[in-house]
Write a protein that binds this ligand. Structure first.
Ligand SMILES: [Zn+2]
Length: 408
């Protein structure tokens, strides 16, 4: 399938700076996200959707009504407009490499996209590769997802015979700072099932996320003038160091785990002689294993308490989010339809777990089962981000076949 509008849409979206910002108190976190939101409103109207709207928080929504007579579920297609605050997204100048020859790609005079570091490149010979000029990220995360949804919608309107359910479109702000679903309700989305189009390589469906908690440790020591501290001082800094030092070293940390391994991650440390706080992030795909890691911290705390009598050490666990598979397992049809669409597009479905959370995970627990579909994007949040145009076309094709699948 060809999507003649896809390339231009994608290039025009990535040129708009939509970086979100962690420290911002406003919603959306940056006003620039409205620049893309307003452009999408114009284009959704041009394509011919109804109920096109951007609200005060920057959420863009629209409806494409079904062309079927029978009753069927309403499906939401979701992508995020912001780009990661980690890398500059201002003045993105995409570079197009036509008929890719399979060799390393010089992004600029100092940055190289090497095949040995990016083995997926080997599969892309002959394709149209889009990179940055090496000074910014590309923003395929997630403007590829937006462009793919837009081109699929354009196709559906131009081909009114092609079967489709009621489709709710939602473009969200602030996903990269974890607030993408903060100002939206399931009622507003108005769908039975959803798909975020925000994933990676061809054929991937992400139906799992970490289970995530944070653990705050508060340490109260005893401060005395160091000249006269003998037998009196209990240094909270040393207690904090002792707790961290006692953690397992060769496993169970972000720096030595991948795939389905979880971890304990000391994320913040504030320490003085009198008081210290440690924040740990705990991650695991299985909830039991998550609790096991928390028990380990609790044991370490007890042990260190014994070593430093007179100090107070408390521990508080806060839930962050849970593996969306817990929800998706109750609605197997959502994944089945996606796998079927991917196979019909001539690809092999690859189920993957996300070593993080997603808007889809939050939406799933809010009541809208929402796995994540591939966009074709690679090396996200990086100046070496890249995507192949033909992979984006495949993603748009999968969206179409998926919509058709829901009418069957
Ligand atoms: Zn994303």
């Amino acid at each position: 399938m060809k999507f003649p509008d896809l390339f231009d849409r994608f290039i025009s979206y990535v040129k708009i700076d939509t970086r979100s910002e962690h420290d911002s108190k406003s919603f959306p976190s940056t006003a620039v996200q409205f620049n893309l939101a307003h452009k999408l409103v114009i284009e959704l109207n041009e394509i011919g959707l109804t109920g096109v709207n951007v609200n005060e928080y920057g959420y863009v929504s629209a409806l494409l009504t079904t062309n079927q007579k029978k009753k069927m579920p309403v499906i939401a297609l979701i992508a995020h407009m912001d780009t990661s605050p980690d890398v500059s997204g201002r003045g993105v100048r995409p570079v197009v490499h036509y008929d890719y020859d399979g060799a390393d790609i010089s992004v600029n005079h100092e940055l190289k996209l090497a095949v040995k570091d990016n083995p997926i490149l080997k599969e892309k010979k002959g394709k149209t590769i889009i990179t940055t000029d090496g000074t910014t990220l590309l923003g395929a995360d997630d403007k590829a997802g937006i462009a793919e949804i837009m081109s699929a919608l354009n196709f559906l309107v131009k081909n009114p015979e092609y079967p489709r359910p009621d489709i709710r479109v939602l473009f969200t702000p602030d996903e990269e700072i974890g607030r993408g679903t903060d100002k939206i309700t399931i009622e507003e989305i108005g769908a039975d099932y959803g798909y975020t189009v925000d994933g990676g390589n061809l054929g991937e469906i992400e139906d799992e996320t970490f289970c995530a908690d944070s653990v705050d440790i508060n340490i109260r020591g005893i401060n005395v003038h160091p000249g006269y501290a003998k037998g009196k001082m209990i240094n909270a800094i040393k207690i904090a160091a002792r707790i961290i030092e006692t953690l397992p070293k060769d496993t169970g940390a972000p720096e030595n785990s991948d795939n389905r391994d979880g971890y304990i991650h000391p994320n913040q440390l504030h320490a003085g002689v009198e008081e210290a706080q440690i924040q740990f992030l705990i991650r695991d795909f299985e909830e039991d294993a998550l609790y096991e890691r928390e028990r380990l911290i609790s044991e370490i705390v007890d042990k260190v308490k014994d070593e430093y009598r007179g100090a107070e050490i408390s521990m508080a666990v806060k839930e962050s989010y849970r593996n969306m598979k817990q929800v998706l397992d109750d609605h197997p049809v959502v994944i089945e339809k996606a796998e079927q669409a991917i196979m019909e597009a001539g690809l092999t479905p690859v189920r993957k777990g996300i070593r993080g959370g997603t808007d889809g995970a939050r939406l799933s627990f809010m009541g809208l089962p929402t796995p994540n579909l591939f966009t074709g994007g690679n090396n996200v949040h990086s100046r070496l981000e890249w995507i192949a145009l033909e992979d984006m076309e495949k993603a748009a094709e999968v969206i179409l076949r998926l919509m058709k699948g829901w009418t069957e």
